[in-house]
Design a protein around this ligand. Structure first.
Ligand SMILES: [Zn+2]
Length: 342
């Protein structure tokens, strides 16, 4: 098969479009013909070597994908050729105590698609039969791959962990990012009043089209004081951050008494000084998450297929142009997802 193959860390020139052996499904495994793959920030970290793990080369990255079952290994009972599926990027073990409790997203022995095994940057990928989610018939492959990780992550963060309620104020940082634009939509669907932040007024206009009531340009305004002004001193009951750094600090300062902040990423600053006096005086809490369960993924895909959530595709690229997609994503001049088509 053709794939984008990484032989060492480096710049986008290390993303080689070349032929590699097509994976063969073993017992209990499914071979998927990839029709669409997503481009994620972690792909850039894997390529440049800042992800914090040592890859086994040659490596095919790609955390998310959507396609059709091409072949199944022996003992596979759930899937057949032609089924439309998306692999779940958390490859859980199925037998640890967290898996048994239904929390397979925090499996004690999980592997990650596109990181610990070959992922979506190829014409085919293989996963265990329990690591696939069925796609709704009405959902296209590009839409599915654009929806899966952002909406499932934002749902996990806002609804499951952040326990967002109708009538609450919620702050969504980086509303132009995949998780941010998904978070705006989910929070609005849940009946919350959304305050979105972004680094440009154009992104804030898009966020308002998706359901945000207010927008704050963090390049020229203090997020914390602007939130207090907009909420008349109340603050937000819930905040979603995937940036870290100064924006995370601002989000903590924007919390109402008893507020919950959920963090799902920190590319803008991984080490953040926090005044813990502010935390206990205001009874606020900080939660980390970032990997959803398959159940949540299936749920958000159904909402997308129903038209209640809207996937945002910024641009599509042929698989061979993955380097161009990486360059565009790194420029941050993106609203929504970048999709690779093999
Ligand atoms: Zn497990």
């Amino acid at each position: 098969m053709k794939a984008i193959v990484l032989h060492r860390t480096g710049g986008v020139e290390e993303l080689k479009y070349e032929g590699v052996p097509t994976p063969e499904p073993g017992p209990g495994e499914v071979l998927v013909r990839v029709r669409a793959a997503g481009v994620n920030h972690c792909d850039i970290d894997l390529r440049t070597g800042t992800f914090g793990i040592t890859l086994a080369y040659p490596h095919v990255m790609g955390v998310d994908a959507a396609g059709e079952v091409e072949a199944v290994g022996s003992g596979v009972t759930q899937w057949k050729k032609g089924d439309r599926v998306a692999p779940h990027f958390v490859l859980s073990c199925g037998i640890c105590v967290n898996c048994l409790r239904g929390h397979e997203n925090i499996c004690l022995a999980f592997q990650v698609l596109g990181v610990t095994q070959w992922g979506g940057y190829g014409e085919y990928l293989k996963v265990g039969q329990h690591h696939l989610v069925k796609l709704p018939d009405a959902l296209g492959f590009d839409e599915a791959v654009s929806s899966y990780v952002p909406f499932a992550t934002a749902w996990e963060a806002l609804i499951t962990v952040g326990k967002l309620q109708a009538g609450e104020y919620v702050l969504v940082n980086a509303a132009g990012s995949g998780v941010g634009s998904a978070g705006v939509q989910i929070a609005a669907l849940a009946g919350a009043t959304v305050i979105a932040t972004a680094g440009s007024d154009a992104k804030l206009r898009r966020a308002k089209e998706l359901g945000a009531t207010f927008g704050i340009n963090y390049e020229n305004k203090s997020v914390a004081s602007e939130v207090m002004r907009l909420t008349k001193g109340r603050g937000v009951e819930c905040a979603l951050d995937m940036v870290g750094g100064e924006l995370l600090k601002q989000a903590i300062g924007a919390l109402a008494p008893g507020g919950r902040l959920v963090t799902v990423g920190a590319h803008g600053g991984e080490v953040v000084p926090i005044d813990f006096i502010e935390l206990f005086r205001k009874h606020v809490s900080i939660h980390g998450c970032g990997r959803s369960t398959k159940a949540i993924a299936a749920q958000v895909l159904a909402l997308v297929a129903d038209g209640k959530l809207r996937p945002i595709i910024h641009k599509r690229f042929p698989l061979r142009d993955a380097g161009k997609a990486h360059t565009l994503l790194a420029s941050r001049k993106v609203f929504g997802r970048l999709v690779l088509n093999a």
